[in-house]
Design a protein around this ligand. Structure first.
Ligand code: SF4
Length: 412
């Protein structure tokens, strides 16, 4: 690799690390017609840095030139950084070389905006098209949709990419106006809506014509920056919930704001990224998508922000002790799923297992239930839940003390 390309790669991979929406799970495609590579249902094309951020070796920007001046962005026009741009051929060549050497399993490609949205989007599309049609590249491609790009280019992008993402960037329109005044909500919502409808049309087409080309088979996603603007966790999750419902997003990614420059509109340059908050938002996102919770069950006017010392499911259970303990040998699946320390898999095992035995704590251990939390909230054969004279504060204290002694990890 030439020095020039290496230098570009260093700069454009470093600029791309602030975008966390790079998980690639959700697309399955076998290698066909002597193409190169395949995708599978497991997450590919991503790894995690020390601060928990999802990155990939070939997760790059096409360019860090940008005509916009979004306050939170390292590539903003007014930031004094070295500017470079790949050519279409360079990105194609890097992807093929890295893929052949088994360094990567896909491409995550975003870009600053040079000249205008369509000019930039057209290049992103050309890269994906060249990889697919000339090089028969069958690996995963995730393209960032440039706000304001035309429907025609977005449609074409969707025919070559597995996933498209349109970043909402900030949780509310007021913050977008304040921190990214050259962007507008309409330019973000329009492509999201277009992608949603085109996916639906494509599903019908594929039912009629088996060989109709697939449009973004892994769906669309978005990213929200957390902590650059003053919204509460409640506002952030209301926005996420509405994005899931209105645009059928596969994922909303929450990105803890990393201060990159001093700006009076933003947190101090020396403040730490709110990584713990980001983690709690992801947990809440799971509760909405897989555990049957609604946003307004998790938050209320007196608790608009998530607790940092306990996960959101445990916090909810402690606020609703009147619903516990739950008898796991009788309760509905939906209520079993709400017991802290229990995941979807263990809840299913409980419902299946209790057809054959009355379940005990030993059975629950075998099912992988995190009893350090769950035992306060359930009844089973030989176990009668927490002591009635314990209140939420006491249970929480015991759980936190028990967690400090235990190294066992579990989800919810
Ligand atoms: S448009 Fe994108 S790349 Fe340009 S400054 Fe805004 S966030 Fe950064």
């Amino acid at each position: 690799m030439s020095e020039k390309i290496l230098k570009k790669l260093q700069i454009l991979a470093d600029s791309a690390k602030y975008d966390v929406s790079c998980s690639s799970s959700g697309s399955k495609r076998k290698n066909t017609q002597r193409g190169l590579g395949n995708t599978n249902g497991m997450g590919i094309c991503h790894s995690f840095t020390e601060d928990g951020r999802c990155v990939s070796l070939l997760k790059i920007l096409l360019t860090n030139h940008c005509i916009y001046d979004c306050a939170y962005c390292v590539s903003r026009r007014s930031n004094d950084v070295q500017r470079v741009a790949f050519t279409v051929e360079e990105v194609v060549s890097l992807t093929m070389h890295f893929y052949r050497r088994n360094y990567i399993e896909g491409l995550f490609l975003s870009s600053g905006i040079f000249k205008n949205s369509d000019y930039t989007m057209e290049r992103l599309v050309r890269i994906a098209k060249t990889l697919r049609t000339e090089h028969k590249f069958n690996g995963y491609i995730h393209l960032k949709t440039i706000p304001g790009a035309s429907d025609e280019l977005v449609r074409e992008a969707g025919l070559y990419a597995d996933r498209l993402s349109v970043n909402v960037e900030l949780p509310t329109e007021q913050s977008l106006v304040k921190l990214a005044p050259e962007k507008n909500t309409a330019d973000i919502v329009k492509p999201m809506s277009f992608i949603r409808h085109t996916i639906e049309e494509n599903r019908q087409e594929i039912q009629l014509y088996k060989h109709a080309p697939a449009f973004v088979p892994a769906g669309q996603s978005t990213q929200m920056i957390i902590g650059a603007s003053p919204e509460s966790d409640w506002q952030i999750m209301q926005q996420a919930d509405s994005l899931y419902k209105n645009f059928h997003l596969k994922r909303v990614y929450y990105s803890a704001y990393v201060p990159v420059q001093q700006d009076q509109r933003l947190p101090d340059l020396h403040s730490l990224p709110p990584v713990q908050r980001e983690n709690r938002l992801y947990q809440t996102d799971w509760l909405l998508r897989f555990y049957g919770f609604s946003v307004n069950e998790i938050f209320n006017p007196s608790a608009p922000n998530l607790e940092t010392d306990v996960d959101p499911k445990l916090a909810w259970a402690l606020r609703n002790l009147h619903l516990f303990p739950v008898d796991i040998n009788r309760a509905d699946y939906e209520m079993i799923l709400r017991i802290p320390g229990l995941g979807v898999k263990s809840a299913k095992k409980i419902v299946a297992g209790r057809k054959f035995h009355h379940l005990t704590l030993d059975h629950l251990r075998q099912f992988g239930v995190a009893l350090n939390r769950a035992r306060y909230f359930l009844i089973c054969i030989g176990w009668n839940g927490y002591r009635r004279d314990w209140n939420a504060t006491e249970i929480k204290r015991q759980i936190i003390a028990g967690n400090a002694q235990s190294t066992q990890l579990s989800l919810f």
